[in-house]
Design a protein around this ligand. Structure first.
Ligand code: TRP
Length: 338
């Protein structure tokens, strides 16, 4: 992918305790992409706290989750001097842009949007009325997301599979505005991020806090060790040749350990002779190596959040300086002010 001189934007919703699966699947690739893009283009990374209030009404919890996600990205190497790094709710331009975009968004788009449909399906499965518990924020989720994207003349949006459709809706809304008023908004393109890196949890289900099967990213050594040693294994003989693709411990390890170690484990399983205990030790070493000093940095940022607050504010100022002229351009067009 050629990102030269491009504007790349990613939003993350504050969700909950961050685990190694989030790290290898989303955080690390996003930060590496940022380092690459910042050489020639612009990397924008923000905490989608407006989107989060649709689901989280416990304010202290939301504040805590927002802090945790911000500190995680910083601890993992996001450079706030180079990337734009801010909280969505610190950029009021988004909110004006959202209102304008609403007028160009067919209601039918919202009925078909993934986040809303998933909520309706959940209700239907539970035998509840289809819109039970669904607020307008969730319903119009893609319009705010379109504002997030279109306000910075974004070229590309790296997203997981479930968010591609939302980016396409943003492109359609921008297209509708351009069809009426000329070339006002940049049309964004979704870029599907690797889904290969999805890590199973220690019991083989999806890695998720609610299943209690996570390897925490910023746990204590003891917590991390307990999680790794607790990865479910079978009781076949150590010397029996095994198919690595059927072994959970290998599936988790290959997402984390260096390539050469993964190859060594694969061979050890295929030929037989390498025990699960040995593999767990190799995995634990790799996890701790990957975490390195990130945990100390994370704890530092969390306990000195005023410093992070300053970074987020500076990021919001940079973001506003870009979003404001784009918003003016749209207002000039739709209200025919020039
Ligand atoms: N909806 C995204 C998610 O749930 C988060 C998000 C909000 C986002 N605004 C965005 C992602 C704009 C990309 C671009 O993961």
């Amino acid at each position: 992918m050629n990102y030269d001189n491009k504007v790349i934007l990613t939003g993350v919703k504050p969700t909950g305790t961050i685990h190694i699966g989030n790290y290898v699947g989303a955080i690390k690739p996003a930060i590496e992409l940022g380092h690459q893009i910042n050489k020639t283009g612009r990397h924008i990374m923000f905490v989608a706290d407006y989107h989060a209030i649709n689901a989280i009404k416990d304010a202290p919890l939301l504040r805590q989750l927002t802090r945790e996600i911000a500190c995680t990205y910083l601890a993992c190497g996001l450079n706030p001097e180079q990337s734009f790094f801010y909280r969505q709710s610190d950029v009021p331009e988004l909110f004006e842009m959202t209102t304008i975009l609403m007028a160009y968004t067919p209601k039918g788009f919202m009925n078909k949007a993934h986040a809303y449909k998933a909520a309706v399906d959940k209700n239907t499965a539970k035998g509840e009325p289809q819109d039970a518990g669904i607020n307008m924020g969730l319903y119009t989720y893609p319009v705010l997301m379109a504002a997030d994207i279109l306000s910075y003349d974004t070229d590309m949006v790296p997203v997981g599979k479930d968010q591609v459709q939302h980016v396409e809706i943003a492109a359609d809304i921008a297209g509708a505005i351009n069809a009426l008023y000329g070339n006002v908004l940049k049309i964004p393109t979704p870029v599907l991020t690797e889904s290969a890196a999805v890590l199973p949890g220690t019991d083989g289900r999806k890695m998720s806090k609610s299943y209690h099967n996570v390897i925490p990213l910023f746990g204590t050594d003891a917590e991390i060790k307990k999680a790794v040693m607790g990865i479910q294994t079978d009781c076949r003989d150590i010397n029996e040749p095994k198919n690595p693709d059927e072994i959970l411990l290998y599936q988790i390890s290959k997402g984390i350990v260096p390539e050469a170690t993964a190859a060594e484990i694969k061979e050890g399983l295929e030929k037989g002779g390498m025990g699960y205990g040995t593999i767990k030790k190799m995995l634990l070493a790799a996890v701790l190596e990957e975490i390195g000093d990130k945990r100390e940095k994370y704890n530092y940022y969390l306990s000195h959040f005023d410093e992070v607050e300053d970074m987020l504010h500076a990021g919001a100022q940079k973001a506003r300086a870009v979003a404001n002229p784009v918003l003016q351009r749209v207002k000039d067009a739709v209200f025919h002010r020039v």
